[in-house]
Design a binder for this molecule. Structure first.
Ligand code: URC
Length: 297
């Protein structure tokens, strides 16, 4: 029986890095979580315990901190590409790299004198993400966001679904719709203004959620994805995994009260889980990159 080593990658996960730029009195802060992994000729490390090719995970962690000092962090996509290129270009045995970064966003503390120079508030759970996969010369960037919680108080309907012996859900032409948007999109190429594109895509997602008159969360995701692809030819596809955060109208009739869509029970579970990919017909193939981005179809 022949046994061989299959796909493998290794590195340091969740390197927590906070970088403060103190060039002026108006400080800026970058708060990120970096997972660095390498692929290549690591056969002997696994099968023989020969570590001659093994760029230690501790070294990868230190590289993250050293690069932050030398180059700053900048857009997380640039930082991830810099790490991936460094490893592939520096070590002959490294043929590829996967660099994943999450960014936690801070806003300046509001004061009577205006936004504060060096105090910040983490006012949401929203996270910006990127995964850079470099396979030889081929570079793929998948960016996204999660924890973007949105809710609309009207302009959402849900009806026309099959009624089975187990159906109790009432049809509605006016309901609350809420979700935590979790999305990842794959870029075509790397010559991109990452921050500007991210801000634009985020704004399109919010604006489409707000303005679209929804007949189902599935339709809303389709419209959000379509709007992103229409505005951004550099995006090949976008994937969503979004909970339908149900808000149930409370029956107040036992108390002799009506409830004209005013009082809700905000259920945290169970929740609908709606997932979809919206893609260009003619987009370059993704290869296997999505396999390392769990949580999406
Ligand atoms: O937007 C919705 N999509 C569904 O598939 C669904 N199913 C359900 O019970 N409520 C909803 N709402």
């Amino acid at each position: 029986m022949a046994i061989r080593l299959g796909d493998n990658q290794y590195g340091k996960a969740e390197v927590r890095l906070v970088h403060i730029n103190r060039d002026t009195d108006v400080h800026t802060i970058k708060d990120v979580n970096v997972t660095s992994q390498l692929r290549g000729d690591f056969e002997a490390v696994h099968t023989k315990g020969d570590n001659a090719h093994c760029v230690a995970t501790d070294t990868q962690k230190n590289t993250v901190y050293a690069f932050a000092r030398k180059y700053g962090v900048g857009a997380i996509e640039d930082f991830a590409l810099r790490l991936a290129r460094y490893h592939v270009d520096t070590f002959e045995q490294v043929h590829g790299a996967r660099q994943e970064i999450e960014e936690y966003t801070w806003t300046r503390a509001a004061t009577a004198e205006g936004p504060h120079n060096h105090s910040f508030v983490r006012d949401g759970r929203e996270t910006r993400t990127t995964v850079v996969v470099k396979d030889g010369a081929e570079e793929t960037v998948i960016s996204g966001l999660e924890g973007l919680t949105v809710l609309k108080t009207t302009d959402s309907e849900f009806h026309g679904f099959p009624r089975t012996e187990y159906t109790t859900l009432a049809e509605t032409t006016d309901r609350v719709m809420a979700t935590d948007v979790k999305a990842r999109w794959r870029y075509i190429g790397t010559d991109i203004d990452w921050d500007k594109t991210y801000a634009s895509i985020r704004a399109i997602l919010i604006e489409t959620f707000a303005n679209h008159h929804s007949l189902a969360l599935q339709q809303t995701l389709w419209e959000m994805g379509k709007a992103v692809l229409e505005a951004h030819p550099e995006v090949a596809e976008i994937k969503f995994s979004c909970p339908n955060k149900h808000h149930f109208v409370v029956d107040l009739s036992p108390f002799g009260l009506d409830n004209p869509n005013e009082v809700f029970f905000a259920s945290d579970r169970s929740y609908g889980k709606i997932e979809a990919t919206i893609e260009r017909d003619d987009a370059p193939a993704a290869g296997r990159v999505w396999e390392t981005v769990p949580g999406f179809i």
